[in-house]
Design a protein around this ligand. Structure first.
Ligand code: HSE
Length: 324
């Protein structure tokens, strides 16, 4: 059986979740593809951390170029997070003929066109399903089975950390700091959770959704964004008395004149609305298309294994499309 070789950039929470997903389901993945998959090199400085997996020491490297220039590597998985050096690494990998899979919403949203153009110019595939909604296959659905639609609206709970914090403050009476620490401990939060709690992470994801749904690129910094840091326990209680829940909502809507309006902000959601029942690290994306009408996607939007599932799904898609 042919072996497809993979270079992995980053063995943090998501890198570990991806590695575990492959190890856990290797037999099913490989027999479905009819090829073997091997992660041959891992760019990671911390070789000592106990990740609950066994990684042969010889796979670790501290030299990214040794991955980009390795003629045997077919696919590079970028799971470093952050805009740089992740963007430069992805560009370099594609310029060297590697297909790229990433979960990095910050890098994709910041450099959407450059990354897409580089993939096209080099005849390689760039896949980023895991960048929006963690394990939810939202991007593949929008660009595949739903592509026959003109999209009218998207409304989503797109950040697991903030949804976890709001849920814990609402249901368990936890204070903000304790709930945030919990979310960090479970691997939901970004390395710097400011991006989560200030709504920046949700804005990155909304930027990607708008590019794919409305063919309209809006830089995340140009999306009006309010996070959850100023949401108080009193406001949460007041919402509950009004039969509502406070949720951090990312919203974009196509107007009759063709413009798109968009924002990320905490909103009161009626307790009977489907988005009000989305709790903990779960995400939900409500989409309206002119043919399909209303759809809602629901699943774990953060966490190592749900995100690893989406990353490996992209890897498998690349193997099927380009490497068999
Ligand atoms: N920090 C992100 C979240 C991870 O909490 O949703 C998934 O993108």
């Amino acid at each position: 059986m042919k072996t497809v070789k993979i270079g992995l950039l980053g063995l943090g929470n998501i890198g570990t979740g991806t590695y575990k997903t492959l190890e856990m389901n290797r037999d099913e993945i490989e027999s479905s593809l009819g090829v073997k998959l091997e992660i041959v090199k891992i760019l990671e400085r911390d070789t000592e951390r106990d990740r609950g997996i066994t990684v042969p020491m010889e796979k670790f490297t501290s030299d990214p170029d040794s991955i980009f220039t390795d003629p045997d590597i077919d696919i590079v998985i970028e799971l470093l997070g952050g805009i740089e050096p992740a963007t430069s690494f992805m560009l370099k990998a594609m310029e060297n003929g590697k297909h790229v899979v990433t979960a990095n919403k910050a890098a994709i949203a910041a450099n959407y066109q450059a990354l897409m153009d580089t993939a096209a110019a080099n005849g390689v595939l760039l896949r980023f399903e895991a960048s929006v909604g963690g394990g939810i296959p939202i991007l593949t659905s929008l660009t595949g089975p739903l592509k026959a639609n003109k999209f009218e609206e998207v409304m989503g709970i797109l950040n697991g950390t903030t949804n976890y914090i709001l849920t814990m403050m609402t249901q368990e009476g936890l204070d903000y700091e304790t709930a945030l620490r919990d979310a960090q401990a479970q691997g939901f939060a970004e390395a710097d959770p400011t991006a989560d709690v200030e709504g920046i992470d949700a804005a990155n994801k909304l930027s990607i959704l708008m590019a794919l749904m409305f063919d309209k690129y809006v830089a995340p910094g140009d999306i009006p964004t309010i996070g959850i840091t100023k949401v108080t326990k009193d406001e949460i209680e007041k919402a509950r008395q009004d039969n509502c829940r406070i949720k951090l909502i990312a919203h974009a809507k196509k107007l009759d004149n063709g413009d798109v309006e968009y924002a990320v902000k905490p909103m009161y959601i009626d307790e009977n609305h489907p988005l009000a029942g989305i709790n903990r690290e779960f995400n939900a994306v409500f989409v309206k298309g002119n043919a399909v009408d209303e759809l809602m996607f629901y699943g774990k939007g953060a966490g190592p294994l749900p995100t690893g599932s989406a990353v490996m799904g992209d890897v498998m898609d690349i193997v099927r499309t380009a490497l068999k």
